[in-house]
Design a protein around this ligand. Structure first.
Ligand SMILES: [Zn+2]
Length: 211
């Protein structure tokens, strides 16, 4: 996709971004944009500065969500182009697993259901209610969401979590847990299905309300 490379500037980055939109209109046939600016340096002293932007074509695709440059390899994220930011915020997962997510969301219409990045490249699917403990579902060992295509039956755990430190569920309470890898045979095992995940959460919420 088309990229803008700032090839010569003493400008602060923000100044560059502000002028990129302007540069796009004026970029000449050499695919370059040169401009001289008057600006103040960090001591407030006015001076002159230069900004040169060049358009470069890179062998990349735009992110399916935000249109920025995708950074994944074709093998990742089921071959869809996503940028690192949309991957880490969970927006890519939202886009990629739209059908499965809407299935979960329909089961809990009063909850916020979505993929959250938990840090270190790990993700979980969270179910959040206001003023209530939240639940998450993930694969078992590596605490991620199942690969694309395995959202139907690739869940390894469902856990209830309370954000209040004094609550007995603060450390998390497993509702379902299953290893998804058979060490001895070296084969992958089917996990819990979407229906089982939903049923476990519904049952636990019901029991908690009754208690
Ligand atoms: Zn993006």
């Amino acid at each position: 996709m088309k990229m803008y490379a700032v090839i010569d500037s003493v400008f602060r980055q923000e100044a560059c971004f502000r002028t990129i939109a302007e540069a796009e209109k004026e970029i000449d046939s050499r695919k370059r944009y040169d401009r001289e600016f008057t600006m103040e340096n960090s001591d407030g002293i006015p001076g002159r500065d230069y900004l040169t932007i060049q358009i470069v074509e890179r062998d990349s695709q735009p992110c399916k969500v935000c249109g920025g440059e995708a950074t994944n390899t074709p093998e990742q994220y089921a071959g869809y182009p996503y940028c690192r930011n949309c991957y880490h915020t969970g927006s890519a997962a939202d886009d990629q697993h739209m059908n499965d997510l809407s299935y979960f969301r329909q089961a809990f219409p009063d909850a916020e259901v979505g993929v959250e990045h938990t840090g270190g490249g790990c993700f979980w699917l969270s179910f959040r209610w206001e003023n209530d403990p939240f639940y998450y579902a993930a694969t078992a060992g590596d605490a991620c969401v199942p690969d694309a295509g395995k959202w139907g039956d690739g869940w390894g755990c469902v856990c209830c979590y309370h954000e209040d430190e004094d609550h007995h569920d603060y450390d998390g309470r497993m509702l379902l847990y299953k290893e998804l890898w058979d060490e001895e045979a070296g084969v992958e095992l089917p996990g819990f299905t979407k229906r089982q995940v939903i049923a476990a959460i519904k049952k636990d919420r019901k029991e908690r309300t009754a208690a």
